[in-house]
Design a protein around this ligand. Structure first.
Ligand code: DX5
Ligand code: ZN
Length: 221
């Protein structure tokens, strides 16, 4: 059973980059709480997106919660610079680091919230030992690297497994789902236990962003 309120986290990857400022204003006016920032290094994933300079510029423009999803190898090299750029939460991939526990502790020590992500083929058991450290666990519902992909249903059971573990262990971290989320499947993942829903093409990829965000929020009610 879901007890947390829904937090919609539109992914900037789907935005028209020539109009970022105005698109963010629309999200703020629509009271969308989080902005999901996908950082890709062309090594952990086969794509390159953006990095600290963009996040730093956006930080001056908005108070939205910056949810920074690092799809980069050895993220320990850059944690401080992403915190300095304005990240509120930094999420690393368990598959991309030699010592996830040390990275998560380093993020906390910097004063940011911390998260860990798992790719579709990575089982929940790979992060079980990390759960007590987490502010957020991210279940990827597509292979990381690109927006606009189709939702992989394997994510649903992993969300349920995480929600059950959270209960059993008496913890309170957010469960986030990322990839192929829209008004057609938001309710499914929310009821499974995910309270932070990333939505790229289904929000910032649409003409009417506010209506697209509202359609997702409404769909879980
Ligand atoms: C994929 C990224 C996602 C992506 C989601 O690697 O982590 O955040 O932008 O985009 P959609 O919602 O279009 O699948
Ligand atoms: Zn993401």
């Amino acid at each position: 059973m879901q007890t947390k309120p829904l937090l919609l986290a539109p992914s900037l990857l789907a935005v028209d980059f020539s109009a970022i400022g105005e698109k963010i204003e629309i999200l703020e006016k629509a009271s969308v709480p989080w902005l999901h920032l996908d950082v890709m290094d062309g090594a952990f994933v086969p794509n390159i997106s953006f990095g600290q300079p963009l996040i730093k510029s956006l930080r001056k423009k908005t108070d939205m919660f910056f949810d920074v999803h690092l799809m980069i190898n050895e993220p320990c090299r850059y944690l401080e610079s992403f915190k300095d750029a304005g990240a509120d939460l930094i999420c690393i991939h368990v598959e991309a680091t030699k010592d996830a526990e040390a990275d998560l502790k380093a993020i906390k020590a910097l004063g940011a919230r911390c998260g860990v992500a798992i790719k579709p083929a990575t089982p929940v058991s790979a992060i079980k030992h990390l759960l007590p450290l987490l502010d957020l666990a991210l279940v990827m519902s597509v292979e990381p690297g690109f927006g606009g992909q189709k939702f992989m249903p394997v994510a649903v059971d992993k969300i349920k497994e995480l929600a059950a573990l959270r209960d059993d262990m008496g913890l309170d971290f957010h469960i986030e789902v990322d990839g192929g989320i829209g008004a057609d499947n938001a309710r499914l993942v929310y009821e499974a236990g995910a309270d932070v829903l990333v939505a790229g093409s289904s929000v910032l990829g649409k003409e009417d962003i506010a209506a697209a965000a509202a359609a997702i929020t409404e769909s879980v009610k």
